[in-house]
Design a protein around this ligand. Structure first.
Ligand code: ZN
Length: 378
């Protein structure tokens, strides 16, 4: 599955002109429907590069890049059932990637100077890796979820077979944690909390879901160190006896989805409401001005579709129209998506990007410093 490292790697690639193909293709669950995908991919690739603001078609997708996509589909289409796959191809850069995404994104074909990563970011944000913990008197189970893959980090079941020397746990990697579990053996909240703490220390960005009976959810939550408790995203009620990894995935996924949606909503409200101490730009023109002045700490993107525009080849300004940059007439380059340009510029300058659903703006930004004019650079 993809990670933010893949996004960084993709964004490090840059061609002289609009010759990098980015193709997002949802693969249906039905194996019989896979045969029709080649035609759909072909249509998307034929349309890519014709969406410039001035209707100027580019040279189109190269034969080698098109063949890469079609060959990959023929070879691996059946491995991708039910997944959206992102293809990135540019023979000139030696770029040929086919990445199955952790969640659905709509189909899209784009030809630009860099890989089009906006849908990739949305998928990473909406279907993040997460952990699940279940603990009561008899059971303790810690799992990690990446996309559709569920992996047991550690498990103990008082009624199941015990592995000698591990107090019934398996999957534990360090002697230190094993020792703690032996000492705390009867208290599953505390030993589960110790494992979660170790996992949290390894990666602090991963949210946590707790499952089980109501009182055991509260018991484990109470036993967590404060830093781990901050990663708590929500819980689901279930009888631990009945749980399988597949069922846990099914119950935990909506918890993560709701947590993510809540975070997006809160962030949008803080920006629109101009929460105290926060400088913000709301709307496309104000966000463009902020991007062009290097003022964006965090870009919020609500708009799903492409907004064609221009980038000035001389000063680098990103513009919606033709009059905003003093030297644009001699140096402007048409781009298929202004929002993607803003996203890339923000990431290039170590800002953050968050995709927002149902926001009252197309784009908005949290600023590092005030922007001098709403309208643009002058
Ligand atoms: Zn310029």
């Amino acid at each position: 599955m993809i990670s933010h490292t893949d996004v960084e790697k993709l964004l490090s690639m840059r061609a002289a002109g609009p010759v990098v193909l980015s193709l997002y293709l949802p693969v249906p669950l039905d194996p019989a429907a896979v045969r029709g995908l080649a035609a759909e991919a072909g249509d998307l690739m034929a349309d890519a590069g014709t969406s410039g603001p001035d209707d100027a078609s580019t040279a189109g997708v190269s034969a080698a890049d098109r063949d890469f996509v079609l060959d990959a589909l023929a070879a691996s289409g059946r491995d991708w059932l039910g997944h959206t796959v992102a293809f990135f191809a540019c023979g000139a850069l030696g770029l040929f990637e086919a990445l199955p995404l952790p969640c659905f994104v709509p189909e899209r074909g784009v030809l630009a100077a860099r890989p089009h990563v906006r849908p990739l970011l949305a998928a990473l944000q909406r279907c993040p890796d997460y952990r699940v913990a279940i603990a009561d008197r008899r059971h303790a189970w810690v799992l990690s979820v990446t996309g559709n893959q569920v992996h047991t980090v550690a498990r103990k079941d008082d009624q199941g077979p015990r592995s000698p020397g591990f107090g019934g746990w398996y999957g534990l990697e360090t002697h230190r944690v094993q020792q703690r579990i032996i000492q705390l053996g009867r208290h599953h909240y505390r030993d589960t909390a110790a494992i979660l703490r170790q996992a949290h220390d390894a990666d602090r960005t991963v949210p946590l879901v707790i499952g089980g009976h109501h009182d055991s959810i509260a018991g484990l939550l109470h036993a967590l160190p404060p830093a781990v408790r901050e990663a708590f995203a929500g819980s689901f009620a279930a009888d631990p006896h009945t749980l399988t990894p597949a069922r846990i995935h099914e119950l935990a996924s909506p918890v993560i989805e709701n947590w993510q949606a809540r975070r997006e909503r809160e962030l949008a409200e803080e920006i629109v409401g101009q929460a105290p101490g926060r400088l913000a730009a709301v709307g496309l023109p104000a966000s463009l001005a902020a991007v062009n002045q290097g003022a964006v700490a965090r870009l919020l993107v609500a708009h799903d579709g492409l907004i064609p525009g221009f980038v000035c080849g001389r000063c680098g300004a990103v513009c919606a129209g033709t009059h905003e940059c003093p030297d644009w007439a001699s140096a402007a380059r048409a781009v298929p998506d202004l929002v993607e340009e803003m996203v890339q510029r923000t990431l290039d300058e170590d800002g953050q990007v968050t995709v927002i659903r149902d926001a009252p703006f197309s784009t908005a930004a949290e600023l590092r410093f005030p922007v001098t004019s709403q309208a643009g650079r002058r």
